[in-house]
Design a protein around this ligand. Structure first.
Ligand code: GLN
Length: 490
């Protein structure tokens, strides 16, 4: 029954609807695929019993004529989303035994629509990282390998488990989150589609917080249409998140396949960075040509503050993290390491519970918020953030969406950058601007590099204009006709 796992979400929903197979059958096929793929380390918790129970309940709902939009579809959930009664760790030792008493709004929306949970997906610890190597469960391995090579590659991060699971057909789609690129960069590294919607489109309630003003949930999937179907279910106003936008959710799938004729596509000149591999530049040119052929008008735009985006992000995100992660004190959640007194217990719990990268961020964040440095760093970074958002506002005067590469490289080898945080942070160069400005951004697989590894192109849109991104993403997907799959070695 392994072919059930290679269906797109859309095809699976159609097959379930016309009773070609049941949810129990397609769920079982996925459970077996997940068990056979443990070498990838994509799942940190498999929940097969729960999955089959959900699948059988789904089959019953369908039989009684109550099928939801995702009825019976088995999905993977990033371990940053709280799942009621199911361990949720954010891939950190400090939450190793945390079993939430509540469900995140995004996952609740998926279950409301009939989806089935296969388990929880690996990730960088607290979503801090670009390679999945900060997970307390060990890194995920990218299902893709370079042609003729056996080196293990990163699936990207922080949503590396989501990306690997989708690429290796261990779920029909997955949830992910993106604070500075964590949906889009892993999508690019694994030949999958990922969209970070507009800030406020998806509720953050029940998503373990990293940097609250930047965090957004979004889907990862194997096609643009599948991503649209998932985002439609995940989105919606939620009174439990004060930053959730009180707007209607369009049926995003209706935008896929729509003509993009006449749309003006901006190409930001500041994204032509030094040392970018020629292949990525060539793919970008190819993407421009594809959109031109589809009837778009190409315009050059300038986002002059781009060069300050990474430094600003790596101040704002750690600052917010240092505040959000203050709650892990050994008293209320997860790990407690008993010390000689209260302060010692706090210190030892945090020292043993948090990983190295998380501690680095907490120290940076505490420093930039401290008296005397607040104005020099944090406040300055907020001002830069405003400028970056203004740059995009300017760009929207002359274009409807932007096209850029998603990441400055293809998937790199595990271990390559793990000792050099700055090199790791540079991977986020094309993605962090979008979070700082709160805009939607999508990565679409567009081609392979000379080593046979996938590369992605990024589309950036106006706030709440995900619809246009889905139309453009659909056009790119069609033109690129990306069908490559990782060769199965696991
Ligand atoms: N790589 C970035 C970071 O480490 C982005 C992470 C994310 O989007 N969650 O902060």
């Amino acid at each position: 029954m392994s072919d059930l796992t290679s269906l797109t979400l859309k095809a699976a929903l159609d097959g379930l609807a016309d009773k070609s197979f049941s949810s129990a059958e397609i769920t079982q096929a996925h459970i077996e695929a997940v068990e056979a793929a443990r070498a990838l380390n994509a799942y940190v918790l498999e929940t097969p019993d729960r999955a089959l129970e959900m699948a059988r309940a789904s089959d019953q709902r369908r039989a009684s004529g109550n099928a939801g939009p995702l009825e019976g579809a088995p999905l993977g959930i990033k371990d940053l989303f709280c799942t009621e009664g199911v361990r949720t760790t954010a891939a950190s030792k400090i939450l190793e035994n945390f079993v939430p008493a509540y469900e995140s709004t995004v996952t609740a929306n998926l279950w409301r629509d009939g989806a089935v949970m296969l388990g929880k997906l690996n990730m960088d610890q607290f979503a801090m990282g670009s390679s999945n190597e900060t997970s307390c469960f060990g890194n995920v391995v990218n299902p893709w390998r370079a042609e003729g090579g056996n080196a293990e590659l990163t699936p990207g991060g922080s949503s590396g488990g989501s990306a690997a699971a989708v690429a290796a057909e261990l779920c029909l789609g997955a949830t992910a989150t993106d604070t500075g690129g964590s949906i889009r960069q892993p999508a690019a590294f694994t030949g999958t589609v990922g969209i970070k919607p507009t800030y406020g489109r998806c509720s953050r309630w029940g998503v373990v917080a990293f940097a609250s003003s930047l965090d957004q949930a979004g889907p990862m999937a194997r096609t643009v249409e599948d991503a649209a179907i998932l985002l439609t279910s995940m989105s919606g106003h939620d009174p439990k998140d004060s930053t959730s936008l009180p707007v209607e959710t369009p049926d995003f799938a209706r935008f896929v396949g729509k003509s993009v004729k006449g749309l003006r596509i901006g190409v930001p000149k500041e994204y032509r960075v030094d040392n970018m591999p020629a292949e990525i530049d060539a793919l970008w040119e190819q993407g421009i040509a594809w959109l031109k052929e589809a009837g778009c008008e190409i315009v050059e735009v300038s986002l002059p503050h781009t060069k300050y985006a990474l430094p600003a992000y790596y101040i704002v995100a750690p600052a917010e993290a240092s505040s959000n992660l203050a709650r892990y004190d050994g008293m209320r959640y997860g790990l407690r390491v008993d010390g000689g007194n209260l302060i010692d217990t706090y210190e030892q719990s945090r020292a043993q519970g948090f990983g190295e990268e998380v501690k680095r961020r907490l120290m940076i964040g505490t420093y930039v918020l401290s008296a005397g440095y607040y104005d020099a760093y944090y406040l300055k970074a907020l001002k830069v953030r405003r400028r970056i958002a203004d740059d995009f506002d300017q760009a929207w005067q002359t274009c409807d969406a932007l096209l850029t590469p998603t990441a400055p490289s293809a998937a790199f080898q595990l271990g390559d950058k793990s000792n050099d945080p700055v090199a790791m942070y540079l991977n986020d160069i094309f993605t962090v601007t979008v979070n700082l400005a709160g805009l939607p951004g999508m990565s679409v697989p567009a081609g392979l590099d000379a080593n046979g590894l996938p590369l992605g192109l990024q589309l950036i849109g106006r706030a709440l204009d995900e619809g246009t991104l889905f139309s453009l993403g659909g056009a790119l997907e069609k033109a690129a006709d990306f069908r490559a799959k990782p060769r199965k070695w696991w």
